[in-house]
Design a protein around this ligand. Structure first.
Ligand SMILES: [Zn+2]
Length: 124
């Protein structure tokens, strides 16, 4: 498999203990170091409900594909198992301003649920 960022071949050591538990990787070790994952959590209160934001990076990166989809899916699965009665949205780049907050507030009120957003990067 090739790295979705640098397009180099991904090699990984296979040992007897992890032979049956190998996972698919879309990013090589060097790119993991170049684009370090730092999961941030932010909470923005809405009228009755809350907007919970999980961002994967501290900085904005421009990836052609979605190389960190495995990390996003892990957060998604964690949130779904923790509270499967909320709205979970996936965004690449999230802009929080008065307009978008108004929309999220309406979505929360119509559905009567908290909103969780998983994004690569968010800014206000
Ligand atoms: Zn790479």
């Amino acid at each position: 498999m090739k790295c979705l960022i640098c397009n180099k071949r991904i090699t990984s050591k296979i040992t007897f203990s992890d032979f049956f538990s190998r996972r698919n990787r879309f990013v090589c070790d060097k790119c993991y170091e170049t684009f370090p994952i730092h999961i941030n959590y932010n909470f923005i209160p809405l009228e009755k409900y809350g907007l919970n934001i999980y961002s994967i990076f501290d900085k904005e990166y421009h990836f052609k594909n979605d190389p960190f989809v495995m990390e996003t899916s892990k957060i998604f699965n964690y949130l779904y198992e923790k509270d499967n009665n909320s709205i979970i949205l996936l965004e690449k780049k999230l802009l929080i301003n008065e307009y978008s907050l108004n929309i999220y507030q309406k979505i929360a009120n119509i559905n009567e649920k908290n909103i969780f957003i998983i994004c690569d990067y968010f800014f206000i």
